[in-house]
Design a protein around this ligand. Structure first.
Ligand code: SAH
Length: 246
């Protein structure tokens, strides 16, 4: 049961690549409100790295506010879209295709790292690897902000998800352009076998966050937050964590 859940919640590069040829539910075309509020509260300081930046809305917002910004994502189409937006908006930001489990290869540190919806894609075995890589790119005293879905988030409604995927504005046109042998289940592993509530990003508990950041980190707060999505109103409950490197 546990293994199935891990597998169903971890989308890999080809799946993200396909998702970004359309517009995936999390790609809302504007910064997440929680990040706007953090910036306005002055909590985001200095240079910023957006890990799993997607098409770059949060990173570009911080660039607009005057931060030196880098965005990293392993999905080439997402990075290409982010670079196009930066050019269109005349903003300076550095976007790179890289697996965040190899962040240490960047060879530099940042004052702040932001994460909107990345941590919750990792399986248990990837979390410590990610945290080690994070430590390599954040200066001592620098802060990692993480927005993830929480265990309090309502389960995703199967009908809603199917509606979303078949909306021509999202993935339908793209799916139609694929060979006949290609099916929805290739985009989301085990889609057909999933039961209500078993798809969508993994839910993360406060205890799991504390466990991942117990050594060498100080948790400033973990507070309830909302993750906005294109799948309609419905509150998407998450945790916003502020975690500093000791
Ligand atoms: N932060 C973006 C995207 C969130 S979805 C936003 O708020 O819109 C999660 C993102 O993490 C996807 O863009 C996916 O391509 C990226 N991702 C997942 N695993 C990754 C990894 N190991 N290395 C780099 N990027 C990864």
């Amino acid at each position: 049961m546990r293994e199935q859940r891990e597998e169903s919640n971890t989308m890999r590069i080809p799946n993200f690549e396909l998702a970004y040829r359309g517009t995936p539910p999390w790609d809302i075309g504007r910064p997440q409100k929680e990040y706007i509020q953090l910036e306005q509260a002055g909590e985001i300081v200095g240079s910023a790295l957006d890990v799993g930046c997607g098409t770059g809305e949060n990173a570009l917002y911080l660039a607009e506010q005057g931060h030196e910004v880098w965005g990293i994502d392993f999905t080439p189409t997402a990075i290409q879209k982010a670079q196009e937006k930066a050019a269109q908006r005349h903003l300076t930001a550095t976007f790179r295709v890289l697996n965040v489990l190899e962040l240490h290869t960047l060879g530099r540190t940042f004052d702040t790292v932001i994460d909107s919806g990345l941590f919750h894609v990792f399986g248990d075995e990837e979390r410590p690897l990610f945290v080690d890589n994070l430590a390599a790119v954040i200066r001592r005293g620098g802060t990692y902000f993480m927005l993830c879905l929480s265990e309090l988030a309502p389960k995703l409604d199967y009908g809603k998800l199917k509606d979303f995927l078949s909306n021509s504005d999202n993935l339908k046109d793209f799916l139609h352009s694929l060979p006949d042998s290609y099916e929805l289940k290739d985009l989301m592993p085990n889609f057909d076998k999933l039961k209500e509530g078993e798809y969508g990003p993994r839910r993360v508990t406060q205890a799991e966050i504390k466990k991942s950041f117990h050594d060498g980190w100080r948790i400033n707060y973990i507070r309830q937050a909302t993750m906005e999505s294109r799948m309609g109103p419905g509150v998407r409950l998450g945790w916003l964590s502020s975690i500093s490197k000791e």
